[in-house]
Design a protein. Structure first.
Length: 179
C-alpha cells in the first residue's frame, strides 16, 4: 500500500511538472502582443492575443462559416479580452474614457463596427462581459484592404486628422479615432 501511494504521488508530480513545462515553454498559438502609443505625456497601451487567419473566412455571415460573424460579440482577439490602458483621459466619439485599464470588445458589421469599452478587465475566453459594466460604445468604420493580413494586428496610427487605434485582419481594417 505504501509503495502504491508513493508511486501514485511520484506519477502525479511528474505529470504536473510536465504540464507546467509544456504550458510555459510552448509558444502560444495566438501570441500576446502589446501596442504602445506615446505622445507628449499621454501613453496608451493595447494588449491582445494575435490569432492567425490559417485559410479561414474571418469576418462574414455565420451561415458562411465565418470565424467572427457579423453582428455578434467578439472579444477582439484570442484567449483573454483585449485590454486598453491609458494614463490620461481619452475621447472616443464624444465619449470620455478616464485614465485607467478597461476591456475593449467589438461587434463587427459589414461596413461599421460597434466598439464597446467595459470597466471589467478580468475576463478570459469567450464570455461576454456584463453589459451593465459597459461604459460606452461608439461606431467605427471598416474598410476593405487590398492585401490580406495573416495575423490580427492592432496598432496606432497618426495622420493629419489625428490619432487612431487601427485593427487589421484578413481583408478588413477598422479605424477608431481618439483625442
Amino acid at each position: 500500500m505504501k509503495k502504491f501511494l508513493k508511486y501514485t504521488l511520484i506519477t502525479i508530480a511528474v505529470l504536473l511538472a510536465a504540464g507546467y513545462l509544456y504550458i510555459t515553454l510552448t509558444p502560444p498559438i495566438s501570441p500576446l502582443e502589446t501596442s504602445v502609443f506615446k505622445e507628449n505625456d499621454k501613453e496608451v497601451t493595447i494588449t491582445y492575443s494575435k490569432p492567425f487567419k490559417k485559410d479561414r473566412l474571418i469576418f462574414g455571415n455565420e451561415s458562411d462559416g465565418a470565424l467572427v460573424p457579423y453582428n455578434q460579440y467578439w472579444r477582439t482577439g484570442a484567449n483573454r479580452h483585449t485590454i486598453i490602458n491609458t494614463n490620461s483621459d481619452l475621447n472616443f466619439s464624444d465619449n470620455i474614457l478616464l485614465a485607467g485599464e478597461y476591456s475593449l470588445y467589438t461587434i463587427p458589421g459589414e461596413s461599421t463596427w460597434k466598439v464597446v469599452i467595459n470597466s471589467d478587465n478580468g475576463f478570459f475566453g469567450i464570455v461576454q462581459p456584463d453589459a451593465s459594466d459597459d461604459l460606452f460604445s461608439f461606431d467605427a468604420k471598416s474598410s476593405i484592404l487590398n492585401d490580406s493580413v495573416e495575423q490580427l494586428s492592432i496598432d496606432f496610427v497618426t495622420d493629419s486628422i489625428g490619432s487612431s487605434i487601427r485593427l487589421r485582419w484578413d481583408l478588413t481594417e477598422v479605424i477608431m479615432p481618439f483625442k
